[in-house]
Design a protein around this ligand. Structure first.
Ligand code: SF4
Length: 308
């Protein structure tokens, strides 16, 4: 069986010569040769496949056996394409890897398959909603792109995962045409359902633009505070975040830049998934420098009023 490793993962494992601008703390493994789905924002979609890419990342191919020796990562994340044998392939691979916490990012699968993955040692399952509301979901990920996925089906699968694992993870993309209010509402709801959120910025594979960085900072801060348990800390005007009040107890974390780091499973930093080297960094894959924190807060202030 063949797998693909993200460029940074392959370099860190010594399988590929190259430079790493930031070391991945999680090993990213892509599984599957051909995706049966056609999500509008994805480089691996059925109608326009850029074989070696997922988001901005290059994924060289390796035999699965390279995973037997894997070390030095705090997690392995299997980013699976949508194909029929995906669960069987995962069940064949999981026993060969040494003990490292495993996340699996996958399309909705039957409940009994989620149980099988849990029994095989998967720690976290992630089912990406990507879109912040049903209408956008249908347009970019559902019937609008001839996919079988539905908003309801994804939520049912997430709830199945929570009932089996106690929690689940989802991915949300900022910049698909949603409002800030959509994102805030869906994150509040996800939090209540015990589902964690990994934020991504829309990264055009053809056409479209990345979101305004100030807006992204406001959504990052909102996500951070929502998952710290706060609900009433922001004001909206016409669906846009107009003001964020940082609770006294969170001031220090914000001043350390924690809301602007990559969000997701513990130990996941996804370097350069959404960024061009030298360009705007949406998700910081490492501790931020003071200058970067100042800049991020400035970007945020250009978008929303920030009250400490
Ligand atoms: S948050 Fe990171 S480790 Fe978790 S599923 Fe997403 S990419 Fe994988």
């Amino acid at each position: 069986m063949k797998i693909r490793l993200s460029y940074g993962t392959a370099v860190k494992m010594g399988l590929h010569r190259g430079k790493m601008l930031a070391e991945p703390t999680t090993a990213y493994v892509m599984l599957g040769e051909k995706c049966e789905s056609n999500c509008a924002f994805c480089a691996q979609r059925r109608d326009s496949r850029k074989e070696n890419y997922l988001s901005r990342i290059i994924w060289p191919e390796y035999p699965v056996e390279v995973l037997k020796e894997i070390k030095g990562f705090s997690r392995i994340c299997f980013q699976t394409l949508d194909y029929e044998e995906v669960v069987d392939d995962l069940l064949a691979i999981l026993p060969i890897i040494p003990y490292i916490p495993v996340s699996v990012s996958i399309v909705p699968i039957p409940r009994e398959d989620i149980v099988k993955l849990k029994n095989a040692g998967v720690q976290i399952i992630s089912i990406a909603l990507d879109a912040a509301n049903e209408e956008i979901f249908t347009r970019v990920k559902g019937s609008g792109v001839s996919n079988r996925f539905t908003w309801k089906g994804h939520w049912n699968a997430l709830r199945d995962a929570v009932s089996i694992f106690g929690t689940a993870n989802t991915h949300l993309i900022v910049g698909l045409g949603e409002s800030d209010e959509d994102l805030v509402d869906v994150m509040l709801y996800l939090k209540k359902e015990n589902i964690t959120t990994a934020l991504f910025s829309f990264t055009p594979v053809q056409g479209g633009a990345q979101p305004d960085v100030g807006r992204y900072r406001a959504i990052q801060l909102a996500r951070f505070l929502i998952y710290r348990g706060y609900e009433d800390f922001l004001e909206l005007a016409d669906g846009k975040i107009s003001k964020i009040r940082v609770p006294e107890r969170e001031k220090e974390s914000v001043e350390r830049g924690l809301p602007f780091l990559t969000s997701g499973c513990p130990g996941c930093n996804r370097p350069f998934y959404n960024e061009r080297p030298g360009g705007v960094i949406y998700n910081y894959p490492r501790k931020m420098y003071e200058k970067e924190i100042k800049e991020a807060l400035e970007q945020l202030r250009n978008y929303s009023k920030l009250v400490f």
